[in-house]
Design a binder for this molecule. Structure first.
Ligand code: ADP
Ligand code: ZN
Length: 525
């Protein structure tokens, strides 16, 4: 394969120093730049914060002509172009937000060879006349940013991206560099084939972000847990991801009521409102932003200290990308995921509804991987990295499992108490009410049905709510109960559960780690 000449690399290093102030390339950046400068199609799979931009911006600066960058979001283009200009590099963007006269200034600069980088949306690139215009421009290379948008399997699918294959056919001799922070096999394959890349060189950098402490907590009293965490880290900025717009607003409001500077961000807001919320967060006027996954693509805020998932993400790619927004400066950060079985149920419904069967099956499989991660009893980082085809070779020491390894015990008696309580309600109660019965609570739901008269009422009052919550979930995962969500989420006893009730099958449970203990270790210090 072709490689860049030594002088070209020297020029690249000089440009890195001159325009960015950095002395050295990060591992891989140098090789990537050498590959693209050598005229080779190149695929870069590097986690968020890894330094992908430099990989095409430096080659653009040291090459003759214009590098055309395809980027999916207007906000992203604007930020990148402003950053480039601030570094003294001639760059511009054309998208629907740019006026006709501005656009013609920019096309003139491109034709004169004055421009080094031209950012365009895929719609603009593919629009009538633009490809034609490009044939008159001296294009040095094409950079396809956020290239995973091309994969219909992914979570950021952009149909327009699938048409970018025309670049290779219309400009056969101009190299293409595709970059993404998503590294799974399917996405990789889609990028290579749909862009018609010619024997591309693939660079897969490590996806490990060792400074992020990975923690999963039961999804009970999420708000209380969040307030507690913020209370212990009062100066740290963070993002809370929620599934619905409504939840974003309610959670933000609840935090505000406690005097926390919190805002929200979701696709139901006007572009102005969104821009304002984002700006406030970037400028540290907001400590917390409660957002749907619409927030964050391309956000470069290095001091985000934590990311929480109020709801279970759809898949590991999304989860990984979102937690990657924490700790980009390399110092200690926390990723906290709230997990409940009910979330899996509702998410399953969501990802399989109104999609073709093949897609539904895949979505469900991906969700199951996410669920396995959340329920894991072994090092979470290893699980995460295995997903991206990487092996750490050892446990990480910086996840909740490594810090507080689960202790298993004979839980047969506990399980029998729960199963028997359920049986005595004719299997009519959902998790919360079952726990209330076990703990002998005297609330309305219990009294109304006369559950305080049951033989098992109060049989588990020695255990706190969260312990029971964890054990009942473990029983669900172990297949002793299932949830009839069409019947008000009531717990039903399975065949296996019956065997446990009859004393034919022992049950092993993981001891629930009390919050204080786990919390103490949520921050390495
Ligand atoms: P990505 O696009 O992969 O998320 P960026 O290109 O935004 O990452 O880079 C992340 C941060 O790393 C930026 O602040 C960038 O300036 C910095 N960076 C990139 N390359 C280097 C380097 N060679 N040396 C030091 N810092 C770098
Ligand atoms: Zn670990």
């Amino acid at each position: 394969a072709a490689t860049a000449s030594a002088p070209a690399l020297t020029a690249a290093r000089q440009a890195l120093k001159r325009y960015y102030g950095y002395d050295n390339f990060r591992p891989m950046q140098g090789d990537i730049i050498q590959s693209i400068l050598g005229g080779q199609d190149t695929v870069v799979l590097m986690p968020t914060g890894g330094g992908k931009s430099v990989c095409f911006q430096i080659p653009a600066v040291v090459s003759e002509g214009v590098c055309v960058v395809v980027s999916p979001l207007i906000a992203l283009m604007k930020d990148q172009v402003e950053a480039l200009k601030a570094n003294g590099i001639v760059a511009a963007y054309i998208n629907s937000s740019v006026s006709q006269s501005e656009a013609s200034d920019i096309t003139r600069a491109a034709l004169s060879g004055h421009l080094k980088l031209l950012y365009v949306s895929p719609e603009k690139l593919l629009s009538e006349g633009f490809l034609q215009f490009l044939t008159r421009v001296n294009v040095s290379m094409f950079a396809i940013d956020e290239a995973h948008c091309i994969s219909s399997w992914g979570h950021d699918f952009r149909p327009e991206y699938t048409q970018l294959g025309v670049l290779r056919t219309q400009f056969p001799s101009i190299p293409i560099i595709a970059l993404t922070a998503t590294a799974d096999r399917l996405t990789q394959r889609d990028i290579k084939t749909q862009l018609n890349l010619h024997e591309p060189k693939v660079f897969l950098s490590s996806f490990d972000r060792p400074n992020i402490n990975l923690v999963v907590r039961p999804g009970q009293d999420r708000l209380g847990q969040i307030l507690d965490f913020i209370g212990r880290n009062p100066n740290d900025a963070g993002i809370i991801y929620c599934l619905s717009r409504k939840t974003c607003e309610t959670v933000a409001q609840k935090l505000q009521q406690k005097g926390i500077k919190a805002g929200y961000y979701h696709a139901g807001m006007t572009p102005n409102q969104r821009g304002e919320a984002q700006e406030k967060f970037l400028q540290d006027d907001l400590q917390v932003i409660v957002a749907t996954i619409a927030f964050g693509m391309g956000i470069d805020k290095s001091n985000v200290r934590w990311v929480m998932h109020y709801n279970l993400p759809k898949n590991i790619e999304g989860y990984y990308q979102e937690i990657g927004r924490a700790g980009r400066d390399g110092t200690d950060a926390t990723a906290l995921l709230f997990y409940s079985f009910a979330d899996v149920m509702s998410m399953r419904e969501m990802v399989t509804k109104d999609v073709p069967p093949r897609q539904a099956q895949l979505n469900q499989a991906k969700l199951e991987r996410m669920q396995q991660f959340a329920e894991a009893a072994s090092c979470r980082r290893r699980i995460l990295l295995h997903y991206f085809s990487e092996d750490l070779g050892h446990d990480c020491g910086n996840c909740d499992i490594c810090r507080n390894p689960p202790i298993t015990f004979d839980g047969t008696l506990l399980a029998q108490k729960a199963l028997s309580a359920s049986a005595r309600t004719q299997q009519r109660v959902a998790i919360n009410l079952l726990i209330d019965i076990l703990r002998g609570m005297r609330n309305q739901a219990v009294l109304q049905h006369g559950y305080d008269q049951l033989k098992t009422y109060g049989a588990g009052q020695d255990l706190p709510y969260l312990d029971w919550y964890s054990y009942v979930h473990q029983m669900l995962n172990d297949g002793l109960f299932y949830i009839a969500y069409e019947e008000g989420y009531s717990l039903k006893i399975t065949e296996r559960g019956q065997q446990v009730l009859k004393g034919q099958l022992p049950v092993s449970l993981k001891k629930f780690q009390p919050a204080e203990k786990a919390d103490k270790s949520t921050r390495a210090s």
